[in-house]
Design a protein around this ligand. Structure first.
Ligand SMILES: [Zn+2]
Ligand SMILES: [Zn+2]
Length: 314
């Protein structure tokens, strides 16, 4: 994770990386996110991009209009959830000619991309933009099994520019998402895990979890930069634990988490390498492990998931 000397000036911001609404219901959604103490949210409309105006000032900050918590603006970032197809992948009958239909998130984004286009050429287009967006594998295990992302699919997406994957599939717990993430990481691939709510209405907010991002300021530029360098972690809804930092010194990992009852250091294939129930939360990773990630559990059994620390260059 981040080891910059600027670390002291940064703080953690709670964010939603994936939600939907009509233009008419945007104010209601933004108010609901603010009530739930989110600092930012990324609008990811299906094959469309909601512009920030008229909900926010030009810097993307939306100030409350109900007279409450005027000190606490919410940052809105415009993005899109793209309906694409993975060429050549196994597909259901209706889409057999075109490949596997999938959803991919991209932000920040000013304009939508072509719907049902082949996935990898669209990734290439996105990477050519002046401000290339972050590309996210969305809900990889949602819907019918023939639409699920395989580890091969995720690895291909990473090869074409995806840097993040959702751990939350719709209609599942997140255990499947964690297994898929570890499967991909175990192959030596690097991808960050995030939790989102894929909220389509106010009552969906908080159904899965949030992503916390370490940034110098609540601006789209700083939040996106934090996500890009992996200065972020996934938090299950209701989890009281909060990450202060994960630091690495050689093969020694130090994790500082507040309000956690247990810390688990997880290695390849999702194996628990080590657990801690005490205040000292250091762990020396054995030779042969090429990544380790930390799961912290609070007193209610809710978890937070740090990004992997890679040890390949040791
Ligand atoms: Zn979707
Ligand atoms: Zn969605």
């Amino acid at each position: 994770m981040n080891t910059s000397t600027q670390r002291a000036a940064r703080r953690w911001y709670k964010g939603e990386l994936h939600f939907h609404c009509e233009r008419s219901t945007m104010p209601e959604m933004l108010a609901a996110y603010r009530r739930r103490r989110y600092d930012f949210c990324v609008s990811t409309e299906h094959d469309a991009v909601h512009q920030q105006a008229p909900y926010c000032s030009p810097d993307g900050l939306c100030h409350p209009t109900d007279g409450t918590r005027a000190d606490r603006p919410l940052l809105l970032v415009g993005g899109s959830e793209m309906s694409l197809t993975i060429p050549g992948a196994a597909a259901d009958g209706a889409n057999a000619a075109n490949g596997k239909p999938v959803h991919v998130g991209a932000f920040p984004l000013r304009a939508p991309v072509e719907k049902h286009a082949p996935t990898w050429p669209i990734f290439a287009e996105l990477r050519q933009l002046d401000r290339p967006p972050i590309i996210v594998v969305n809900h990889p295990l949602a819907g019918a099994p023939e639409r699920h992302w395989s580890a091969d699919d995720v690895c291909a997406a990473i090869g074409h520019g995806a840097t993040h994957m959702e751990l939350n599939p719709r209609n599942h717990g997140i255990e499947g998402g964690l297994r898929l993430w570890d499967e991909v990481l175990s192959r030596g691939q690097r991808v960050y895990g995030v939790l989102t709510n894929d909220a389509h209405e106010v009552t969906n907010i908080g159904r899965y979890g949030a992503t916390l991002v370490q940034a110098a300021a609540l601006t789209a530029e700083d939040i996106v930069a934090g996500l890009r360098r992996g200065a972020c972690y996934a938090l299950e809804s209701g989890c009281r634990a909060r990450l202060s930092h994960v630091r690495r010194d050689g093969r020694e990992i130090a994790a500082a988490v507040t309000d956690a009852e247990e810390l688990h250091f997880i290695g390849a294939e999702g194996r628990i390498l080590h657990s801690e129930y005490a205040a000292a939360r250091h762990y020396r990773v054995p030779a042969g492990e090429h990544y380790v990630r930390v799961e912290a559990v609070d007193d209610g059994g809710r978890r937070l998931f740090t990004q992997p620390v890679w040890l390949d260059d040791e």
